[in-house]
Design a protein around this ligand. Sequence first.
Ligand SMILES: [Zn+2]
Length: 177
Amino acid sequence: MPFVLLKYLRNAGFNMKKQACIFLDRDGVINFERGEHTYLIEDFKINDGLFEGLQKLQKKEFIFIVITNQSGIALKKYTHAQMEACHQKMIDEANKYNLKFEAIYFCPHHPTVSKCLCRKPDSLLLEKAIAKFNVDVNASWFIGDKQRDCDAAHKVGVKSILLPSNKNINEVLHLIL
Ligand SMILES: [Zn+2]
């Protein structure tokens, strides 16, 4: 490939190499599922073993992308800014383990307020992530705690693991590693 084109593609953020990705649901997988919307940073608690598990996956060169339904925004239970504050806490805690999330995709909609194609089990957020990060779907996994996570993954050819809410992620990593 001509160098100029390579340089253009790099500058455009286009990764030549396909990337294996672990897609993660948020509530119940990353942070403690309380059985209601979590939007205050004091309620946002990282689940036991999460970062240790992600470190094992990172060693195998997986990247991490969060795909989360946050219908509480459409339902006006919390604001976009409150959600972002929780995500910043998640990013900061991950940094302590030398981990990063490549991206956090969220659906702010709820079918009672507005129809959309991004709310899981629909797969628009996954499709965006796969395109932007040049994800190798065959080498990637979705870890979620709801059937709709798995359904969204299967629509785009990504394998899934249904992890019971708040269960230690390390207990299922043998399926991947
Ligand atoms: Zn949506």
